[in-house]
Design a protein around this ligand. Sequence first.
Ligand SMILES: Cc1cc2nc3c(=O)[nH]c(=O)nc-3n(C[C@H](O)[C@H](O)[C@H](O)COP(=O)(O)OP(=O)(O)OC[C@H]3O[C@@H](n4cnc5c(N)ncnc54)[C@H](O)[C@@H]3O)c2cc1C
Length: 378
Amino acid sequence: MTVESKATSALLAVLRNSTPEIQQRASALDQDAQFPAEDIAQLAAMGVLTAPLPRRLGGLGLGTETRQGVPLLDLLQALGAANLSLGRLVEAHVNALRLIMRYGDARLQERAATAVHAGGLFALWVTDAQEPNALRLERGKGELRLAGGKAFCSGAGHVSHAVVTAAEAGIAAPRLLLIDLGKGERVSPLTARMSGMRAAVTGRVDFTGCRFSPEQVIGAPDDYVREPDFSAGAWRSSAVALGGLQALLDLLGGGLVARKRDADIHQRIRFGDLLIAHQTARLWLERAGSVAEDLAEPPAAIVATIGLARTVVERACLDGIERVQRSLGLGAFLSGSPVERVVRDLATYLRQPAIDEVLLQAAAHFIAEPAMLQKVLQ
Ligand SMILES: Cc1cc2nc3c(=O)[nH]c(=O)nc-3n(C[C@H](O)[C@H](O)[C@H](O)COP(=O)(O)OP(=O)(O)OC[C@H]3O[C@@H](n4cnc5c(N)ncnc54)[C@H](O)[C@@H]3O)c2cc1C
């Protein structure tokens, strides 16, 4: 069950009012592959960056407290509709703070909250794919050292803190660390630039030689891979992606009216189908957000539900891209136009881990657990 506080409703209203402004800045940011510093400052001033903190630490509990799944969906969807790259950066911020609040000790939690209240933006860098020199943790006398790096680091060179995974000799699961950035790590671009999501400024970070305190290790070795959180967190990326689909719906409707093609039967069918796909995906995400944030169901059921929701959202977005391109024709391919940019960003952002796997796992779960299946079907 969801409880949206007055403060959250007020925050969402301010954010939605700022959407046109953020959308207007998005084209230039995309063209220059520029970090959305002005947008992030505006979000910080609104209270979006502190919103994921638990209420006891001055936040709204979005992403860190139960019964906040739907308000968090509203927030992430609104950000995705404004600018997918901005949504991706904030989604990582939420994810990083959730990990700290779930597994970090009280001192680490307070340290993170203080940084966020001071305007800090947190990243989550956990991907080792395409990084030949994956990050490792080595223990020295009273301090820890890092060797290697991470690829696919959104916000690299701009965010203030990162939660990262690092391998430690003799321990099977990766360790989670909270790193203060700007202390000797080296940022470089990916070997080739991504076609979309350029304003998320996703690069490589080499931490070799960086030292930090043992107090910056978050939780126990298995915490990062603990289910259901490990898999369920993916619902938040889907929530941002849904915002991209919402933006495409707006652009499609506006584009059809502007060209006086909105009365055409084929155009209306495509628009109607897209609207249905969007709303279906939204309903799935309302359930996904509730089960993932409330953690009231068995872990396997939560993971399976998120897997299905992710699959629905990905399909809706891919179909949406096809329908929008077909409906607007070459107009949807004019480089730098809003629709071309949103399509490019959305197609890129939809590449999230293990999408084939999650459908198989979800199907296997619900076949094996008829009682859980009945719960979904009712
Ligand atoms: C805009 C953007 C920003 C990002 N920012 C960050 C960030 O800040 N931090 C971070 O940690 N990560 C980040 N990532 C990376 C992200 O978390 C995923 O790791 C990445 O998107 C996975 O993409 P992929 O499709 O290449 O995955 P893959 O897992 O390589 O999947 C590609 C295809 O291969 C299939 N496949 C996977 N494994 C196998 C296998 N063993 N055998 C056969 N087929 C297989 C999959 O099912 C899929 O069809 C970002 C990604 C994007 C798009």
